[in-house]
Design a protein around this ligand. Structure first.
Ligand code: NIG
Ligand code: FE
Length: 418
């Protein structure tokens, strides 16, 4: 049965080319008023048109009354680490007392503490924890979530994590995109000597990646390429093996200190380079000459209490497409609230509201290689929608920290109610 979404005060369509938007293009969210949306049985958008036209064309359609709210494409959160066990609230105070993120990691905290914890849990336990967290993510307007492994760091527990994501994708009314991040850290039992470290990289490239690819468990491979974690050369080798196995590439690049990781992402033609708070001018130029999306995670820098955000304006001026994502994880960004990421996009990264919406939808989709399917309200695209209880779309980043999202739909089906 055709559905008509009527009575919205605004529809943020983000309609336009089915690819990443750069430069001035990123500044047009194509907001429309006095239009409705027709959705076909198959969950795709038929048309966006004046309401009277839609009522005449589809007299038998089911009506969804948007109650003067604002409809947007469901947010595409293209960077999360949503499979983890316990929260790491104790590190927040440690940082406040002056310890750095990498110092906490060196003492066996940080990612290592999540690794110990995840390895002690059953798949059922991880599914239960993630289900609850994903429900809260969905309740804020997100309809697609990329999820990385990376708290297993052994063949068995990385595969368990990715199988958990596969199960969640089957169970939940959300689109989930799995990424293999076996190179999230060097595990503690592989750090003694250079040979130990080499052995772990061998495990990632020769055992984990082939196993992940053989079971079809991930679409992307990512590496935490950062001074003190994985070097550029190591990341190049790991991503080379991933590409040879048929995976697409992402990179945690220049998050805390510059290490020319953005340049590596550009060199490899990675789908996205993520974080970039410490990107250099050369890194910006390298991304501008590539097809790579710059995925910025302002919640992470806020939560870590770091003063320097990624240079979003310089990236946009250079013609790099910018996406926004939550980085939802227990260590550096425990937020389920995507509209808050929009707020930070505007207030910290100095994006316009339109740029932030495009970053959260079309460019998030492009960061997942899905810009032809999701991220805009236009004919042929999946009807992944979010309804907000506001009259103007600029209120969504304005009421910061609030939850204005009322309902979401994935492929035209209710995904989250109230
Ligand atoms: O994106 N940078 C590496 N990974 C995460 C943090 C993970 C953690 O601390 O548990 C990030 O910030
Ligand atoms: Fe991350």
């Amino acid at each position: 049965m055709t559905q008509l979404f009527l009575n919205a005060s605004q529809v943020v369509t983000c309609a336009g080319p089915a690819r990443a938007r750069r430069g001035v293009e990123q500044g047009d969210a194509a907001v429309r008023e006095r239009v409705g949306i027709a959705i076909e049985d198959d969950g795709r958008i038929l048309t966006v048109a004046p309401e009277a036209e839609l009522r005449t064309a589809y007299p038998a359609a089911t009506i969804v009354d948007c109650g003067h709210g604002v409809i947007t494409p469901g947010f595409v959160d293209s960077h999360t680490h949503a499979i983890f066990g316990r929260a790491r609230y104790e590190e927040q105070e440690m940082r406040a007392a002056g310890l750095g993120y990498l110092e906490i990691a060196k003492r066996g905290g940080g990612i290592h503490s999540s690794v110990r914890d995840l390895r002690s849990r059953t798949a059922a336990d991880l599914i239960a924890l993630a289900t609850e967290r994903l429900r809260r993510i969905a309740a804020h307007g997100t309809t697609t979530v990329e999820i990385k492994s990376g708290y297993g760091l052994s063949l068995e527990s990385e595969l368990t994590t990715l199988r958990v994501i596969r199960q969640l994708a089957a169970d939940l009314p959300l689109r989930l995109v799995p990424t293999f991040l076996g190179a999230h850290e060097v595990p503690l039992d592989h750090r003694e000597t250079a040979r130990d470290r080499e052995a772990y990289i061998g495990l990632v490239t020769e055992e984990m990646i082939p196993a992940v690819a053989a079971e079809g468990l991930a679409r992307f491979c990512d590496v935490f390429c950062e001074p003190g974690v994985y070097t550029v050369d190591e990341a190049r080798r790991i991503l080379g093996a991933a590409r040879a196995a048929g995976l697409q590439l992402k990179l945690h690049a220049d998050e805390l200190e510059n290490g020319a990781a953005a340049e590596l992402a550009a060199e490899l033609g990675a789908t996205s380079a993520d974080h970039l708070a410490a990107i250099s001018e050369q890194g910006i130029q390298a991304l501008a000459a590539a097809q790579t999306v710059a995925t910025l995670l302002p919640g992470t820098m806020l939560f870590l209490g770091r003063p320097k955000q990624a240079p979003a304006r310089a990236l946009i001026s250079a013609g790099v497409p910018v996406a926004l994502a939550s980085d939802f994880n227990p260590g550096t960004s425990p937020t389920v609230n995507f509209p808050l990421v929009l707020t930070l996009g505007v207030s910290q990264l100095r994006l316009s509201v339109a740029e932030a919406f495009v970053a959260a939808t079309v460019n998030g989709a492009a960061a997942l290689g899905l810009a032809h399917e999701i991220g805009q309200i236009a004919p042929g695209f999946q009807a992944d929608l979010a309804l907000f209880d506001v009259r103007d779309h600029r209120e969504i980043p304005y009421w910061y920290g609030d939850r204005c999202c009322q309902r979401t739909w994935v492929g035209g089906r209710p995904a989250h109610l109230g």
